[in-house]
Design a protein around this ligand. Structure first.
Ligand SMILES: NC(=O)C1=CN([C@@H]2O[C@H](COP(=O)(O)OP(=O)(O)OC[C@H]3O[C@@H](n4cnc5c(N)ncnc54)[C@H](OP(=O)(O)O)[C@@H]3O)[C@@H](O)[C@H]2O)[C@@H](O)CC1
Ligand SMILES: Nc1ncnc2c1ncn2[C@@H]1O[C@H](COP(=O)(O)OP(=O)(O)O)[C@@H](O)[C@H]1O
Ligand SMILES: [Mg+2]
Length: 282
């Protein structure tokens, strides 16, 4: 198997850009999260909250109509734009030009959502994170990846990865196929797991934070929010991907002595983001 570089605290300290004392919300980036469908608006809430709590200045979340009140009540800091359809997205129209977009958690695979994703990919120029159902839809339409900005970050869990690259017979083959995929489509693949690896063309990076407490619903949705936030703040995708997976895992390492594995939830990830930044000790 290809040897990998470790994503360590030293490495992260080199790329972390602490917030300037003259910063204001307009300089910290405006991120857009496109997520959720009926019964899965929680995915939009988790991604949006984690996006905001990773430091970007403004977050707008685009959801189907059924998500409007849920979002506005659960996160008053986030602005909400809605699709004309009630239960799933069908036509993405944003009231702003975003600095970064994260799309996919909980959007489902309805035909309307597929068309909305295609149209969005056709017009979008902003740095992009593709997760969950966005990946599942793209797995059946791989040529759509030719529409995405170079260095778009894809965050598949093992099943989503299999849908994208096909089955593998060994760990070595999984890496080989993912490297070929990253090279072919010029994308960064965050291969989520225990541990998470980042594949950027032929380079392989292994994360050093995180534990089994992260094996809980919505854990990946929060990673999408974290990565989108870092992109919106101007981190290049190759740095945002490393910093994002490191911070995400670090929340679980810091929380574990207090929560144990069992009571840790995706909301705990969000709660511990502040402590994760502080523990970098800059
Ligand atoms: N609160 C909300 O609104 C939430 C909304 N969510 C949204 O729901 C949508 C569906 O997402 P999803 O990931 O649950 O479904 P899907 O892609 O079929 O994957 C399941 C399959 O993958 C496998 N698998 C997964 N991880 C693995 C691993 N580490 N290692 C190995 N295998 C692994 C697993 O395999 P198994 O072990 O069960 O055989 C199973 O077969 C999506 O949009 C998401 O954003 C969720 O985020 C939850 C909270
Ligand atoms: N045992 C584990 N050790 C470390 N990280 C884990 C473990 N299990 C899950 N994770 C992490 O949790 C996240 C799960 O993402 P995902 O499966 O997309 O969740 P969801 O779709 O429910 O939000 C990934 O970042 C993965 O690396
Ligand atoms: Mg997921």
């Amino acid at each position: 198997m290809k040897s990998s570089y470790l994503i360590t605290k030293e490495e992260i300290l080199k790329l972390y850009k602490p917030i300037d004392s003259k910063a204001h919300k307009g300089t910290q980036g405006h991120a857009v999260i496109i997520a959720g469908s009926y019964g899965k608006i929680g995915a939009a809430v988790l991604a949006s909250k984690s996006c905001l709590k990773t430091g970007c200045g403004l977050v707008t979340t685009f959801v189907p109509k059924c998500g409007y009140q849920i979002l506005q009540i659960s996160i008053p800091e986030v602005m909400v734009a809605t699709d004309e359809n009630v239960n799933f997205i069908t036509n993405i129209h944003l009231p702003l030009i975003p600095q970064a977009v994260g799309i996919g958690p909980g959007i489902g695979k309805e035909l309307g959502a597929q068309k909305a994703l295609f149209e969005f990919l056709r017009v979008n120029k902003a740095p992009l994170v593709l997760d969950a159902d966005a990946l599942n839809i793209i797995s059946e339409n791989l040529s759509w990846l030719e529409l995405v900005p170079e260095d778009t970050i894809l965050t598949p869990h093992p099943k989503e990865l299999e849908r994208l690259i096909g089955k593998w017979n060994s760990e070595a083959e999984k890496f080989q196929k993912t490297i070929a995929f990253s090279e072919k489509y010029k994308v960064i693949v965050v291969m989520k797991g225990a541990p998470t690896y980042i594949i950027n063309r032929t380079s392989v990076y292994e994360n050093t934070t995180g534990n089994a407490a992260l094996a809980t619903a919505g854990s990946g949705d929060t990673l999408t929010g974290i990565l989108t936030s870092l992109l919106a703040q101007g981190y290049e995708p190759k740095y945002a991907s490393k910093f994002g997976v490191y911070l995400h895992g670090l929340t679980a390492d810091l929380a574990l002595p207090k929560t144990g594995y069992e009571s840790f939830t995706a909301s705990t990830i969000i709660k511990y983001l502040g402590k994760a930044f502080l523990s970098l000790d800059v």
